[in-house]
Write a protein that binds this ligand. Structure first.
Ligand code: GYE
Length: 329
């Protein structure tokens, strides 16, 4: 097995496995020229920011894998702002990088800049989050998790743990972000089978621990918020913030308020071992190897699957002490 096969083994390509040839990207440059001529590949990566432990692990995976392969990485951190990411993409065009990869902070508003990238003949790979565009030729592939399924998994776990009865506070991710939209959608979809499970409070905590805490504090001051029996957080960091708020308010997170979140970062496992978090639905940030397998394939003019989904598990409290030993992030 070569590295590409290795990294993609067990990875499910969902949807219509449309293989996109770089020919459709048009533009003047010759894709693959860099790799083939032996010149160092230059890749521009526009990261979202450093909002969570997941993101830190994701950035580290991308940087270390680029270094390991001798790929020149131009890395930009947008501090959670779309305008900064757009600026970074334009800089990458001006620099004439071979491939652009990025994790779009929100889904919409990308068409104009992606058309400029296409015009320049630079292939685009989406990682982690996707974009909502009408023209499919604006990116080659999207590598990342199935966020809708993650939401369903969280709801199914909660239904099982509560016998289908819960008053839920939801902490949403960044407004307009694919994982916030899809994790809400999947969760609500699975909830439809459980009429006695209701979301009574729902607000964005922007995927950060500080905001998760702040929003939970506000929830706990409201009449519905005081009734909650469960918390569904779109990521672990917000759940950890919420746990702090619950602790400080004299509630019993993990016992009289069940907490389920998404990501599977080390802090979540520690909180499960401490009995304060009940379940984390894994979302794998370690996509550096898969990303650069794809970058190299694309630069060499090969076709790649249109959608590459990362495989993920669900972890409960009882498994935490054993599972934490193998956690890499
Ligand atoms: O769940 C969250 C991060 O887009 C999957 O972004 C990612 C999410 C992740 O800030 O922790």
């Amino acid at each position: 097995m070569n590295r590409w096969t290795n990294a993609t083994a067990g990875v499910l390509a969902l949807g219509a496995m449309v293989c996109v040839s770089l020919g459709v990207l048009g533009g003047g440059r010759q894709p693959g020229g860099a790799g083939q001529s032996g010149r160092k590949l230059v890749v521009g990566f526009a990261q979202i920011g450093a909002e969570s432990a997941w993101r830190t692990a994701n950035t580290e995976s991308i940087k270390s894998e680029a270094a390991r392969r001798g790929i020149e990485l131009r890395f930009s951190d947008a501090q959670q702002k779309q305008e900064n990411q757009i600026r970074a993409l334009r800089t990458f065009i001006a620099q004439g990088v071979d491939v652009i990869a990025f994790a779009p902070v929100v889904e919409t508003g990308w068409e104009p800049v992606l058309r400029e990238v296409k015009q320049a003949g630079i292939p685009v790979i989406l990682t982690d989050r996707t974009v909502d565009v009408s023209d499919d030729s604006l990116f080659v592939t999207f590598i990342g998790a199935d966020f809708v399924e993650e939401g369903r998994r969280a709801a199914r776990w909660l239904a099982k743990a509560t016998g289908g009865k819960a008053l839920i506070a939801e902490l949403q991710g960044t407004p307009g972000a694919a994982p916030a939209i899809d994790r809400k959608k999947g969760f609500e979809e699975a909830l439809r089978e459980h009429p006695e499970m209701r979301i009574v409070k729902s607000q964005s905590g922007d995927f950060t621990r500080a905001k998760g805490k702040e929003v939970m504090e506000a929830f706990l001051k409201s009449p519905e918020g005081r009734q909650i029996t469960a918390v569904y957080a779109h990521n672990d960091d917000m759940a950890l913030g919420a746990i702090q708020a619950l602790d400080e308010a004299g509630r019993n997170p993990g016992k009289d308020v069940l907490i389920v979140s998404i990501d599977g970062v080390r802090g979540a496992f520690e909180a499960m071992i401490a009995g304060k978090l009940n379940c984390t639905v894994e979302c794998n940030p370690l996509i550096g190897p898969l990303l650069f397998d794809t970058v190299e394939a694309v630069a060499a003019g090969k076709t790649v699957p249109r959608r590459i989904v990362t495989p993920e598990a669900v972890f409960e409290q009882a498994q935490a002490a054993e599972a934490i030993k193998a956690r890499k992030y």
